[in-house]
Design a protein around this ligand. Structure first.
Ligand code: G6P
Ligand code: MG
Length: 220
């Protein structure tokens, strides 16, 4: 039976996928690296170093470790500058209701975001207390699509992975959910989320009752 729902944050709950993208795009411009839709899509859901490595694949020169750290810090500065002024208005439509309806259905709620800024962002959005367990991104070694982060969320919630639903807006995230043995709900467009078990335009369309069987617990 379904026992928990594990959410991604950027692009699922918060309108921040575009903010990450804009910050990377600015950095790309500054170092003369190309930036296009394909690069942006591949970066989605991927951790900070993984994203930088994608950006640098076609950079005009190679960068050493110390320089990479400097570039990451610069991008993060652009990102944090924007989210410092965020509030509940930057929740995506239906996000708060969706999380509350999951709780009302008696399920546990986890967060599996690769972002080290997730605690700051949840605080700004005013929804931090709704989560039973938030994965510490700094302790995750293998970026999505590896299952590590969703498995860590299930373990933190004390729930077996097969009793969890994962919610993601990125292809790498959907693959991570599946590798963890969970059902994947994709948020966005089917063409970006081909492997997802179900695709919804956003959390506003999530009806958790569709996944919970009142007699047996779950159908998912
Ligand atoms: C999430 C976002 C990515 C971002 C990553 C790391 O996965 O979808 O766009 O690159 O987190 O975020 P951070 O805030 O730690 O740089
Ligand atoms: Mg995301």
């Amino acid at each position: 039976p379904l026992q928990a729902v594990i959410f991604d944050l950027d692009g699922v709950i918060a309108d921040t996928a575009v903010v990450h993208r804009a910050a990377w795009e600015r950095l790309a411009r500054e170092i003369g690296a190309p930036f296009d839709e394909d690069i942006a899509a591949r970066m989605k859901g991927v951790d900070r170093r993984g994203s930088l490595d994608i950006l640098l694949e076609r950079a005009p020169r190679a960068y050493g470790e110390q320089e990479k750290c400097e570039l990451e810090a610069r991008k993060n500065g652009y990102y944090v500058e924007r989210i410092e002024s965020f509030g509940p208005d930057q929740l995506l439509p239906g996000a708060r209701d969706a999380v509350e309806s999951v709780r009302a259905a008696g399920l546990r709620i986890g967060l599996a975001s690769a972002s080290r800024n997730a605690p700051l962002l949840l605080e700004r959005l005013g929804i931090a207390p709704l989560f039973d367990y938030i994965v510490d991104a700094a302790r995750i070694e293998r970026s999505k699509p590896d299952p590590e982060i969703f498995l860590a969320a299930a373990a933190g919630l004390g729930v077996p992975p097969e009793a969890c639903l994962g919610v993601e807006d990125a292809a790498a995230g959907v693959d991570s959910i599946h590798a963890a043995g969970m059902v994947a709900i994709g948020m966005g467009r089917r063409e970006d989320l081909g492997e997802a078990d179900i695709v919804l335009p956003g959390l506003i369309a999530l009806r958790i009752a569709d996944f919970v069987d009142n007699k047996n617990g779950a159908t998912a």
